[in-house]
Design a protein around this ligand. Structure first.
Ligand code: DQA
Length: 146
């Protein structure tokens, strides 16, 4: 199995960026933990971060050749991007949406996700652990569907 982890805009700043909201872990530390968790689940994990919507769309398209599942934190694009939503629904790769913060505890503009209607499920509010829960969830989902 191979799973793609996609990180959207500003997540390259994790560790520095509003640590009271997003935690102290850096993106490299999160990615490292996901690779190790993947190993224990028999799953290869590859990660990509981009601040550019089109790069994320291209990565979702390219995932068709190499990955059976996607875990995505689209950052602020969650709340704005019909293009990312259409890419996920277009490629039909099972996807889990994750957020570090509980977006429903925050500003109302974060309460709507364009992505949630095309994903298997959403995990929000567990800090960097949200990604690990997301990886476990997608691996279980893929294994059940094989
Ligand atoms: C986020 C929540 C978004 O509202 C925000 O724009 C982010 C990060 C999260 O992981 O909690 O960039 O996706």
């Amino acid at each position: 199995l191979s799973v793609l982890i996609l990180h959207g805009p500003n997540l390259n700043l994790l560790g520095l960026r509003e640590p009271q909201i997003y935690g102290a872990s850096t993106l490299a530390q999160i990615d490292d933990r996901l690779v190790k968790l993947g190993l224990s689940l028999g799953t290869k994990v590859e990660s990509l971060q981009s601040n550019h919507e089109g790069v994320l769309v291209d990565a979702i398209h390219a995932a068709r050749e190499r990955h059976q599942g996607i875990v995505i934190n689209a950052g602020a694009y969650t709340h704005t991007s019909i293009a990312i939503r259409d890419a996920i629904s277009g490629v039909k790769i099972p996807t889990v949406e994750v957020h570090l913060s509980n977006v429903y505890h925050r500003e109302s503009f974060r309460h709507h996700s364009f992505i949630s209607s095309v994903v298997v499920g959403q995990i929000s509010g567990f800090g960097s652990h949200s990604y690990e829960l997301g990886l476990r969830a997608i691996v279980t989902y893929i294994q059940k569907s094989l």
